[in-house]
Ligand binder design. Structure first.
Ligand code: PMP
Length: 385
């Protein structure tokens, strides 16, 4: 089995992550923040360790600004619905995932907000920055309150210049929300330097944590409306949720085993180094681009953007059909529309979506060679018929 669907979720997880989830379930999985006994306190300590690791990774001064969610979508919904008010205007990029597009679309459909889409592609990576900033400036209105940026696309490896966009948001008084689903653990993110108000990240992708873990990193001093209300373990006699992070935003029992595993995942990433991980995945990208690029019948999308995901199609074969054939050959990757209709339109991938390869630190060149062998076989067979 060759797993190349790491943009959906990384697999396998590092041994240290598996060990920590097991240790949590065996040794210390009380309910954090609810009771004062030893197992509850041990769980709370594990949760705090993870907050500290995440805060250090993302350049936040205080671990309390790390809010645990169940995935990126959860974090994005919290930020979007918690920060926007009736009458606001929002800017989203032309590469956004449905995790951004759908909540924005729904608020718009209910007449709560208006939104515009700023272009980010295709310009050459070098020409991008000024063109993207100009596109944003042209769309800012007096009531524009928030800008959302998908840091790295989940289709190709196109990356947005967060530092420059963040500076523009700061200058124009816009809230800056970042979808880091494809970049957390792979690209450097410094919420302070990049002026990010809300960073939404998965635990289960580039941070190598279990599914059920996600992060919302909030700028200090930001107070949002809550998406969920309920038990928080503090101020139990009050009807209102606490007015401080993280308790205000973490209603109900946390996913302690997932968070304990995430802590080990973040440590794994920090020990290897985000830069090293990125360089290793870019090397795989270049190798695969070269092999597929030399294969007749393969179309690559945005091949000049080097990163952790590569998007392609095979001539005359629907992407879902090709993925099913690859699955039979023991190769797991994703096909279709990847929950990103805006990005597919931007990249012009056609009616059948496209095949996506997503790398992790556990992939080797031999995985790519096996993929290319199977791709050639599929193309040969289909052109026989
Ligand atoms: N945004 C992007 C860019 C993504 O790639 C994904 C996952 N495919 C999401 C958001 C949603 O992530 P999650 O599955 O963690 O909710």
């Amino acid at each position: 089995m060759i797993y190349l669907d790491n943009a959906a979720t990384t697999f396998p997880k590092p041994p240290s992550v598996r060990r920590e989830v097991d240790r949590c379930l065996r040794d210390y999985c009380g309910n954090p923040g609810r009771s004062a006994h030893a197992l509850s306190l041990a769980a709370a300590e594990a949760i705090f360790d993870c907050r500290r690791e995440a805060a250090e990774l993302f350049g936040l001064p205080s671990p309390e600004q790390i809010i645990f969610t169940y995935n990126t979508t959860h974090a994005l919904n919290m930020a979007i619905k918690g920060l926007l008010r009736r009458g606001d205007h929002v800017l989203i990029s032309d590469m956004e995932h449905n995790a951004v597009y759908r909540p924005i679309w729904l608020l718009h459909a209910f007449g709560e907000i208006t939104f515009d889409i700023y272009p980010t592609y295709p310009a050459s990576p070098e020409a991008d920055v000024e063109a993207i900033l100009d596109g944003i400036r042209q769309r800012i209105r007096p009531n524009t309150r928030m800008l959302i940026a998908s840091h790295v696309s989940n289709l190709c490896s196109a990356e947005l210049p967060l530092t420059e966009i963040g500076a523009l948001c700061r200058e124009r008084g816009l809230l800056f929300v970042v979808d880091a689903a494809q970049s957390a653990g792979i690209a450097d993110i410094d919420c302070g330097a990049m002026e990010i108000d809300a960073l939404c990240a998965p635990g289960h992708k580039g941070l190598y944590g279990p599914q059920g873990s996600g992060i919302l990193a909030l700028r200090a001093g930001t107070v949002m409306a809550t998406l969920l209300e309920g038990g928080s373990g503090v101020n139990s006699l009050d009807g209102a949720m606490p007015d401080f992070a993280p308790e205000r935003y973490e209603a109900g029992t946390l996913a302690t085993p997932a968070i304990a595993g995430l802590c080990a995942g973040i440590r794994f990433v920090r020990e290897r180094g985000v830069g090293q991980i990125r360089a290793a995945e870019q090397m795989l990208y270049r190798r695969l681009r070269e092999m597929l690029g030399n294969t007749k019948g393969v179309t690559l999308y945005a091949p000049e953007r080097e990163g952790s995901t590569l998007l392609f199609n095979l001539d005359g074969i629907a992407s879902t059909q090709a993925a099913a054939m690859l699955d039979k050959a023991g190769i797991c990757l994703r096909a279709g529309f990847h929950c990103a209709p805006l990005g597919h339109r931007t990249l012009n991938t056609g009616d059948d979506g496209a095949l996506r390869v997503g790398f992790s630190v556990f992939n080797r060149t031999t995985d790519l060679e096996a993929l290319v062998r199977s791709v050639k076989e599929i193309l040969r067979e289909s052109h026989k018929n």
